[in-house]
Structures are given as structure tokens and as C-alpha cells.
Ligand binder design. Structure first.
Ligand SMILES: NC(=O)c1ccc[n+]([C@@H]2O[C@H](COP(=O)([O-])OP(=O)(O)OC[C@H]3O[C@@H](n4cnc5c(N)ncnc54)[C@H](OP(=O)(O)O)[C@@H]3O)[C@@H](O)[C@H]2O)c1
Length: 265
């Protein structure tokens, strides 16, 4: 799937039958290609950018959120409250078949190790790992039903690169990376499972770290590509991984990090 949903039809044709073909092409294309995606965390940041790119590409998005007001009127968008996990899947309007799932809730709880309580580690683990486990378990039957589904989870650059004050989030995201490889093996070939490990990206989650122009500039300079990430940078890869063009990719963790994890200038 191309998330941009661009048609490659030749717009210079002129005969009536060619005009008809051109008129029908997008309709046939959409009917054939329209797929169902479940997004957890669609109201903000990276999850929001992924949802927008999927909707722009003509896909159906089912979001687990109470706050996705901006797409309220969109014909391809539905939202279900998080409590659906205890309810019946179809009773809350979720489809029998899912082609992809994105779990984007996450935390940034940066503190010196001595100031972190076991409760901080538990909370990060709950949001980043247990939350993903619950959603994947609930969606498993619908994902298997597609025969070729894709799951995208989120890690962080702070797993492959040791960074001060990141012990709690790095421990949880390290668990996410283990989960990705394990589930990719267990679910192959019917469901592919991959993760994206971003570096600092301009979202509400990272607001405090980017609260002044000086902070943004200092963060940009730490990256070989000299800028911080934008939600669309991450969403572009997520959408690629969700689509059939990535059908031979599973069990991977991809750094989208301005070169931070691999380059020394
Ligand atoms: N931004 C960065 O710099 C950065 C860097 C490295 C990794 N990441 C990872 O990338 C993923 C997406 O991050 P983001 O920056 O887009 O985050 P974000 O702006 O905070 O969006 C995450 C969304 O997840 C949902 N959510 C549901 N339960 C939550 C909970 N208990 N705690 C927090 N959020 C919850 C919320 O949306 P709903 O209201 O729709 O439920 C929330 O708006 C996360 O897994 C994050 O750890 C981000």
C-alpha cells in the first residue's frame, strides 16, 4: 500500500472510453484496496499522523481513543473506547478482518536512576508493553483472518544507545523489541510484526523537552541530520510497514532517528 494513495493514471488521455476508465480507475482501486486498520493512540503525535496518512490513502481506520474529534465526520473513521477489550469485538463495531494494527501509546519518564521508584518502572511497562499485549491479544483473531496482516509497535533510540536518565523507558522499550521478535516468529507467516525506534520527535509527548527554541536547536544539533523528527517522518515508515510492499519484512526494529543511532560525523 502506498500511504499517499497517489494514482498513476495518465491524465493526458482524451477518448471517451479512456475517460471512463480514468473515472472508474480510482473507484475500482479503492474498493479493491480498502483495508481495515486498528490504531491505538490515534488522537496525538505519531498515531495521529499515521491515522491521517491511512485515511488519505482511502483506508478504513478504527481508533482506540476517546478523543479523535477531528475525524468525527470522516466516512472511513470509527473510534472505540479503550474499554472495548472487555467487551465483545463486534458489539463495539470492530470488523471481523483487520489488515493491520498500530500501538503508539508511550511514555517519556526521564529521571536519574536513584530517583526512580519501582512504581515508575511498572507504570512504563504497563503503558508500553502490557497495553500492546492486551490490544494484540484482542485483535489476534481479526488479524489472522486477513492472512497477511501487519503489526507496528514503537521502541526508542534509547534502547540501542545508552542515554542517561532513560533507564525506565529503555527497559520497557527493550521489552517491546523482544516482544516484536518473539511474536514475529510465533505469528509467521500470517502476521508480520515490526517496530520503529524514533529519536526525539515533535509530539505532545516530547513537549517538555522541546519547550523553547533553544532546546529545539540543541536537540537538532545532536542529530547527524541536524533536525528533530516530525510525526510524518515516522508515520511514513509505519504506513510502508503496514502495506503489502513490506510483505517480506518481519521481526525488525527500524531506527528513524536522524542518523543518531548509527552515524558519527
Ligand atoms: N515523541 C518522541 O520523541 C518519541 C521518541 C521515541 C519513541 N517514541 C514512541 O513513539 C510512540 C508514539 O509517541 P508520541 O510522541 O506520538 O506520543 P503522544 O503524542 O503522547 O501520543 C500517544 C497517544 O497514546 C495514547 N495513550 C493511550 N493510553 C496512554 C497512556 N496510558 N499514556 C500515554 N499515552 C496513552 C494517547 O492517545 P489517545 O487519547 O488516542 O488514546 C496519546 O495521545 C510512543 O510509543 C513513544 O514511546 C516517541
Amino acid at each position: 500500500m502506498n500511504c499517499a494513495g497517489k494514482s498513476t493514471a495518465n491524465l493526458g488521455s482524451s477518448s471517451p472510453s479512456e475517460h471512463l476508465q480514468l473515472f472508474l480507475f480510482p473507484i475500482v482501486f479503492l474498493v479493491k484496496k480498502m483495508k481495515n486498520y486498528l490504531v491505538a493512540g490515534a488522537s496525538s503525535g505519531i498515531g495521529k499522523a499515521i491515522t491521517q496518512q491511512l485515511l488519505d490513502a482511502g483506508q478504513n481506520v478504527f481508533a482506540i481513543t476517546g478523543k479523535a474529534e477531528i475525524w468525527k465526520e470522516h466516512p472511513n473513521f470509527s473510534s472505540v473506547a479503550g474499554g472495548f477489550l472487555e467487551n465483545d469485538w463486534q458489539a463495539v463495531g470492530l470488523p471481523e478482518t483487520l489488515h493491520g494494527l498500530v500501538y503508539s501509546p508511550g511514555t517519556i519518564n526521564l529521571k536519574p536512576f536513584r530517583g526512580l521508584k519501582p512504581e515508575d518502572f511498572r507504570n512504563d511497562f504497563e503503558v508500553n508493553v502490557i497495553g500492546a499485549v492486551k490490544v494484540i491479544q484482542s485483535a489476534l483473531k481479526a488479524l489472522k483472518a486477513s492472512g497477511q496482516a501487519s503489526v507496528v509497535l514503537f521502541s526508542t533510540v534509547a534502547v540501542s544507545q545508552g542515554m542517561p536518565y532513560h533507564s525506565s523507558i529503555a527497559a520497557s522499550k527493550g521489552a517491546v523489541e523482544g516482544l516484536v521478535r518473539s511474536l514475529a516468529a510465533e505469528f509467521a507467516p500470517a502476521i508480520r510484526v515490526n517496530a520503529i525506534a524514533p529519536s526525539l520527535t515533535a509530539t505532545p509527548l516530547a513537549e517538555k523537552l522541546l519547550s523553547t527554541p533553544e532546546r529545539v536547536e540543541a536537540s537538532a544539533k545532536r542529530h547527524p541530520l541536524q533536525r528533530i523528527g516530525q510525526p510524518q517522518d515516522i508515520a511514513a515508515l509505519a504506513c510502508f510497514l503496514l502495506g503489502t510492499e513490506a510483505s517480506w519484512i518481519s521481526g525488525q526494529v527500524f531506527g528513524v532517528d536522524g542518523g543518531l543511532s548509527t552515524l558519527r560525523l
